[in-house]
Design a protein around this ligand. Structure first.
Ligand code: ADP
Ligand code: MG
Length: 318
């Protein structure tokens, strides 16, 4: 796999599950610690000269906020999903900013880390509105409890692999970044930017206005859009498994290493990659590689350094 040029940008997408310790009771301290651990490797890479732009998921975090809203609705007004996505951009961005600046300072770098509140355009007619696919919040083991919640609240819950049941919400396709100009200014000023967190705040255009909507955009698909917009030379998607697998979680499981976009497209059509989990990562990697001819990597957050160098995980090339 070829290496990005010294000034080439690399988009690093951090998985919401990988940066939040599992479980409903993960505290702010837990989250800051997990994020802080990842940021030491990110700081090493930046000090080594890698030009990174960061984005992150928010599935567990936005799901937790939804539960807090639901339980408190007799006392305070529940907030719509676009507000909750903005809240997760703020808290996760803050934790990244604080821990990464510290790690950079320890390595003698005074670079600024800037988390951006950032919006993405989605279509009012997107088929994703009719078929919720984006899993958010904690897992439930109990099918009867998932059914009970669906009946009592009108929520949609789906079975996610063998790990149990999870609430799913609409996830329309991101069409455009709405804060590209601000992003460009920050990048030109040399900042380390955290952008499009939680896939970006989903907006639809109505006449001359933008309106926030009830959805959570997939951060991997938004990450692919981001990588194209800033002419990145690599898209690195970090999650909680080592690579993309064929026959995932079965005795025939086989990890994919270096692969061409054409080969991966063919495997995608055979239905190997989970809807709402590995599916969008594969689609994001393919969109980026097919549009730009550059490389994409899907790997574990624990292998961050090797992943950015293109030495581990599933490496997709043109
Ligand atoms: P993230 O928060 O990083 O976006 P997701 O849970 O959305 O994480 O996606 C990663 C998960 O995808 C893995 O933990 C794994 O359970 C699941 N998965 C589904 N299909 C596959 C596959 N074919 N190969 C690897 N992982 C898969
Ligand atoms: Mg995901």
């Amino acid at each position: 796999m070829s290496q990005p040029s010294p000034t080439g940008r690399v988009v690093v997408a951090l998985g919401g599950n990988a940066i939040a310790p599992p479980g409903e009771r993960s505290t702010a301290d837990d989250q800051q610690e997990t994020i802080g651990r990842a940021m030491t490797s990110i700081a090493d890479l930046i000090v080594d000269g890698w030009n990174l732009v960061l984005t992150h998921g928010n599935g567990p975090q936005v799901g937790t906020l939804m539960i807090a809203n639901e339980l408190a609705q007799a006392v305070v007004a529940p907030m719509p999903l676009h507000f909750l996505v903005a809240q997760t951009q703020a808290t996760i961005g803050y934790a990244i900013c604080n821990t990464l600046e510290h790690a950079l300072a320890q390595r003698g770098s005074d670079l600024s880390v800037v988390p951006m509140i950032s919006r993405v355009l989605v279509g009012a007619e997107d088929p994703g509105w009719d078929e919720p696919t984006k899993p958010i919040g904690p897992y439930l083991d109990d099918e009867a409890e998932a059914m009970r919640r669906m009946e009592a609240t009108g929520q949609v819950w789906g079975k996610i692999g063998d790990r149990g049941w999870r609430r799913v919400v609409p996830s329309p396709d991101p069409l455009a970044l709405l804060d590209g100009h601000t992003l460009r200014m920050l990048l030109d000023a040399g900042a380390v930017v955290v952008v499009n967190g939680g896939g970006g705040i989903p907006m639809v255009r109505e006449d001359d206005r933008l309106r926030g909507v009830e959805a959570v955009v997939d951060k991997d698909l938004s990450g692919a859009l981001l990588a194209r917009k800033i002419n990145a030379e690599r898209l690195v998607i970090l999650t909680d498994v080592h690579a993309v697998a064929l026959h995932y979680d079965t005795p025939k499981q086989e990890w994919l290493g270096e692969i061409t976009a054409e080969e991966l497209r063919a495997l995608q059509h055979q239905g190997h990659f989970g809807v709402g989990s590995m599916g969008p990562k594969v689609e994001a990697a393919l969109r980026f590689v097919e549009a730009t001819g550059q490389d994409a990597v899907i790997a574990a957050l624990d292998d961050i350094t090797d992943a950015v160098h293109g030495r581990t995980g599933t490496r997709v090339r043109a």
